[in-house]
Design a protein around this ligand. Structure first.
Ligand code: APR
Length: 313
């Protein structure tokens, strides 16, 4: 913590990074630094956000930079730098392009913010989070991927719509990789404590699961020039908030497994408790055989990608 005041840095001042920084500012979580290879892009957006402070009732606390020295002392670093998906591209197509960006950013974080908790948003998420863990050399508890909150929020929206209730009363749980292999869990998705399996028929639940898994692609297709950013940027801010406030929120995040759910040496979406040390605990849900198999299939897929495409493991 720099001078007793919290400091959060956001790498990448594009759609996701700027949305995230703005969300952090509105939550008054501390000093915010946005870093981008295009310095003016980061500085211009930071100035705009600082000026918005008067309107939205926060102090001018956002600065822009292209220099890693400015992230020193960060409690949390959120990484959004990298290319977004274009129509026809899978998240996996992005691997090599974004891996080299993650290597460079990881080295900057390691040198200048060695005590930070790192939250990765760059896709393909589970692979880039593993790559970041290797690039920083940090304990795995301090490198976490943002995906499950977003995927659960997407499922929440579809469930709220189908049941005809407020988003606020729905809590969804989506595990597994942030891609086609994600595992929505209807048994652990509730409306004010009532499992949706008691409120919706199987066909509707299945179609919600499919739409959730394809949720990012649906937006990429509509946008035609980029990918989702409002929900992803805000989801990363929620994670940062739980870390800097040591709130111990239980949220689905991409975390490094060391035997949980029968898997190891892979990053995959699981429920975790987030506090000042990053992942304080991985929560092991009681899964039915088919749910566990789907989660393990998702893990195996990413494990093979780690060795085949990134050369890890
Ligand atoms: N260092 C710092 N910033 C970089 C670097 C780098 N090496 N390489 C690229 N950037 C910056 C770009 O200059 C750009 O401003 O990252 C930003 C990316 O912003 P956008 O192109 O708007 O992409 P965005 O929609 O924000 O998505 C970023 O998050 O959700 C994921 O799939 C998405 O991987 C993508 C990432």
């Amino acid at each position: 913590m720099a001078n007793g005041k919290r400091k959060i840095s956001v790498i990448g001042a594009g759609n996701v990074g700027a949305t995230c920084a703005f969300s952090l500012a509105e939550r008054k979580l501390g000093d915010i630094v946005m870093l981008d290879i295009f310095e003016g892009f980061a500085k211009g957006k930071a100035l705009d956000m600082s000026q918005a402070g008067q309107i939205l009732n926060y102090d001018g606390i956002v600065t822009g930079t292209s220099s890693y020295e400015d992230i020193s002392g960060s409690d949390v670093v959120i990484v959004t730098s990298g290319f977004p998906r274009k129509p026809g591209m899978t998240r996996e197509d992005l691997i090599s392009k974004n891996a080299s960006i993650i290597s460079e950013v990881g080295a900057g974080i390691k040198d200048h913010a060695p005590d930070s908790v790192v939250i990765v948003v760059t896709n393909p998420l589970d692979l880039m989070t593993y790559h970041m863990w290797k690039a920083t050399g940090f304990p795995h508890q301090r490198v976490i991927g943002q995906a499950g909150i977003l995927d659960s929020a997407r499922m929440t929206h579809f469930v709220a719509d189908a049941v005809g209730v407020s988003n606020e009363d729905v809590h969804a749980m989506v595990l597994g990789g942030h891609g086609d292999t994600m595992v929505p869990l209807p048994r652990y998705t509730t409306v004010s404590g009532i499992p949706i399996t008691q409120l919706l028929d199987t066909e509707t639940i299945e179609s919600i699961g499919k739409r959730t898994a394809g949720g990012g692609g649906e937006i990429v297709k509509l946008l035609e020039r980029g990918s989702a950013f409002y929900a992803p940027g805000n989801a990363a801010a929620i994670m940062a908030e739980s870390v800097v406030g040591d709130r111990k929120r239980l949220l689905p995040c991409s975390a490094y497994l060391t035997g949980q759910y029968g898997m190891e040496d892979v990053y995959i979406g699981v429920p975790v408790i987030l506090g000042k040390n990053g992942v304080e605990k991985i929560v092991e849900l009681n899964l039915e055989q088919d749910e566990l198999e789907r989660l393990q299939e998702s893990g195996s897929f990413y494990k093979s990608q780690l060795s085949e495409v990134l050369g890890w493991g």
